[in-house]
Write a protein that binds this ligand. Sequence first.
Ligand code: VGL
Ligand code: ZN
Length: 217
Amino acid sequence: MPSSFVICDSDVLLVVDIQNDFCPGGRLPVPRGDEVVPVVNAVARQFRHVVLTQDWHPPGHQSFASVHPGKRPFEVVSLPDGPQVLWPDHCVQGTPGAEFRHDLDVPHAELVLRKGYDPSIDSYSAFFENDRLTPTGLAGYLRERGFRRVFIAGLAFDFCVRYSAEDARRAGFAVAVVEDACRAIDVNGSADEARRLLDALAVNRVAAESLRTAVSR
Ligand code: VGL
Ligand code: ZN
């Protein structure tokens, strides 16, 4: 694995779900999730091309424990598309919790991709809903723009970052996760599992300080 990465114009940074509900004080707080914001802001300045994702659920989404009688958040149920961790209500469309963190500062982001809007299915990955079949259109967008490498940062490392990295790899992109620009929820060992899986898929796990910008820009 290279020890530093020179960022070029065919690279894109995917910033995953830096939203109020995933930060302390939110409905599904990722421990120390707010700490990634300054790191992400600095990393994003090294990229010409940035895409932001936004978890964007309708009220009463199937992933919410509140719609499953007798179930509590973080319990796992079996849904038609497989096991589903039940979450507290979060990132409900149009609510303050679904807004980007106030200190996220990436004005040059070129696309905001919303996901999780189908009431009947969750969408951890920015590329596919959790049936792993229904595309969001992001792979086509990135290909059409000519990007070859996808760097990923944000929340949560063990869910939306992990699944997005996996699908980006399967879609044929080279992928690196900027690990210190991510934080994990860590339910039932999910953070370790995510690290193992990314290694198995040859997804680079890199540190923010190992990124360099090509001097020509
Ligand atoms: C996420 C759980 C539920 C995430 C989104 O952004 O990782 N996790 N919805
Ligand atoms: Zn969600």
